[in-house]
Every structure is written in structure tokens, then in C-alpha cells.
Design a protein around this ligand. Sequence first.
Ligand SMILES: [Zn+2]
Length: 242
Amino acid sequence: MSEALYLQDAYLTEAPATVIGHSDQGGVIVDTPLFYATGGGQPGDQGRLSWQGGEMAVQTTVKGSFEGAITSVMVPDDGASLPAIGTEVTQHLNWDLRLRHMRMHSALHLLSVIVPLPVTGGQIGAEKSRLDFAMEQPPEDKQALEQALNALIARDLTVSEQWITDEELAANPGLVKTMSVQPPKGAGRVRLVRMGTDVEQVDLQPCGGTHVKSSAEIGKIRIGKIEKKGRLNRRVALHLID
Ligand SMILES: [Zn+2]
């Protein structure tokens, strides 16, 4: 089994693979997974698998284990017939949906720059996303926040990745902004996502999700409701304008 393709290239929309297993819940496991599995607040990918003489819609993708490693499990409709183990398939990603998730996900990284408070939770959606912050008082000026976020997006910041070891991460605990979601550990290395190049870096944090290549691709953002969630938390909603 190879590393997930979305980690190498988040813009890949189609890829061949060989079916190597079926999960106990009736999902399909392949040797070179293209589909992102639900995790870190980002929904699993949708799309379809095709092979000679067959096709299967993928409703969502979840994490599962195969021979001791965590991998993507593609979940079909109830009653769908699965490609047999050993079948060569083509994975076709629902790109429209994934791109929205990538834009939203990247926008949430930048929101955590504009609101420099500890993140206590988050959820990405195609229409609406949110981050929860340890925020006792509501922001004084929501419009100013929205303007600052859109200005950061418009700077066309390069988004890049860098891998470090678990030990390097442990030595730099300040990199972890999200208290509720610990970065994926145990594989010996962790992926850092950087917004902006070295000289104008605005954010660097561990993340296993999918992001756009440059912040301008996010497009314009509207900040929605800011809701109080418990005594110490506030939830900030984001919407893509187009
Ligand atoms: Zn991310």
C-alpha cells in the first residue's frame, strides 16, 4: 500500500488502483488511495470507481485499517456490488465538492491567523464551515475581521507542505493550535502546512487535510454567525461567496 495520493497532489482527480481488500462494513480498500478519508474536521471524498464491466458510486470515504496501517475505505451505496479483490479500477473524484473542501479548509487556517486564539474544534462543509475558539468576549468588529481575512486571502499566499519527525513536533508544542484535534502521529512523521513563503510566512501548523496551492484560490469569504458555545467558547462560521 502506498501513501495516499491526495497527500502528494491534492489536485489529482483521477487515478488507477488495484483493489486489495473489503472492509467489514462493506467498503473498498485500494493500494493507492486517491480519496480523502473523513478526519480532522474535513468530510470524506465522494466520487466513483470504474472497472472493466462495472462501476460503483462512492458515497463517502472513511478511515479504516488494512494490515495494521490506517487507510481510506470507500463506502458504496447500500446493496452496491463491489469490485473483487485484485480488480484494477479507476478512482474518479467528485472534484467540485473536493475543491470546495480545499478552499474552505485553507480559509480556516487563515481564520486562525486573524483570530489568534486557541482553536477548540472545527468542521468543514461545502457550504459552511466553522472554527471554535477559546474566546470569552465576542469580537468587537465582525466586519473588520472579515476584511482582514479577505485581505490575507487576496495576498495570494503560497501554501506548501513540509514533513517533520514526531520528535521534532514534540520539541515544538507551539505548532499545535488545535487543542481538540491532535495531529496524526505514530507514523513517525507529521506533515506541516505553511501559508506564505519563508519570508512572509503567516501560518505553520500540522495538518493532514487537503488545501489549495495559493490563498487567492479560496476566493471571497463571508463571516457568518458568531455564536457562544459554553462559557469560554465561540463558534465562527465561514461561507464561500461563490
Ligand atoms: Zn489543513
